[in-house]
Design a protein around this ligand. Sequence first.
Ligand code: UD1
Length: 376
Amino acid sequence: MKKVIHIVGARPNFMKVAPIHRAIAARTPLQQILIHTGQHYDVKMSDVFFSDLGLPAPDVHLGIGSGSHAQQTARTMVELEKVFLEHKPDLVSVVGDVNSTVAAALVSSKLAIPLAHVEAGLRSYSRHQPEEINRVVTDRLADLLLTPSRDADANLLKEGLEPDRIHFVGNVMIDSLLASKERAEQLPVLKSLGLAPHGYAVCTLHRPSNVDDPRVLGGLLSAIAHVASRIPVVFPVHPRTRKMISEQGLGSAFERNPNLRPVDPMGYLEFLVLTSQARLILTDSGGLQEETTALGVPCLTLREQTERPITVEEGTNEVVGTDPDRIREAADRALNGQGKKGRVPEYWDGRSGERIADLFARFLSVEQGSLRAVSA
Ligand code: UD1
């Protein structure tokens, strides 16, 4: 039986792999092995997603943990090489743009194991963003480039990648959202937080460029405090951000303002309820820009650029940067009912996992020499 290895490592990976894993099990005779690198390890950053998404427990857990980029990537590579040599997969599938993604891409390529990259072709064109380096390297190495939107195809072609490696499959993360929405709506999340539907905002921040510099983080917190002077703001705080807020003594922004409500990172289903009923979302996350577009909820992206321009061109996303005045102004507009409206992009339809499963099955049933000739 042909074997596919899936790599997950950090929080945004789990909701992308779950639909692919499910579709492969339902539609193909492929054997699947799930490897968790352990890049994220807190229960609330990892374990809860397996149960929320119906993802089976990993077959292998590498326990890599935190570290500098070089340490984390290198440790992952050393451990993955052993696992790949032992299991001899026919295909390695990686998702997204985290350090675990690029580590697996490097190891599989050097062992001459075919590589698929799900969410290929996204570009912020900022090499200051660590994820951009991970995307560029992974795409360069992948045999199958599975893209979430047509702009991603165009980016890959512009970089000279062969058209027959590129397959537009849609946004697999939206598969998870659509499959989970009904189940999530049963949870009493708003009630337990004392919130009214559409009567609150949600904020998330975790990009190093936003949270590692106290001046930038302080400015963002002041803009968010302004939003909280108008409407409750629920702020699930990422561990990196929590650490910086406490080290930099910025916690007073929360103490002064009871409407600004820090909470622990939330599980997938709980957070989906919270975001789907929000009036406004402020974030620097990539995934949340896409989820708000799928949900039709206005989103302000607190970064200078996005690698997901379709969420601006077609969806509800507005890229407002990190200048506190500009954020306040955009938030006021949105809260006054002038938030961005949009439509759901092509192939964000809950069936991307199926397209990927079918593509993997076709890819693996052809001769090694003509693997790249498979077309979607
Ligand atoms: C990583 C990804 C980023 C993704 C984000 C989602 C890279 C380069 N970055 O960033 O693309 O958007 O995940 O969350 O891969 N920590 C904990 N518990 C955990 C994990 C992390 O406390 O379970 C803390 C540690 O102090 C760690 C820090 O968070 O040093 C950063 O973790 P790391 O995995 O290096 O990057 P993220 O900022 O989470």
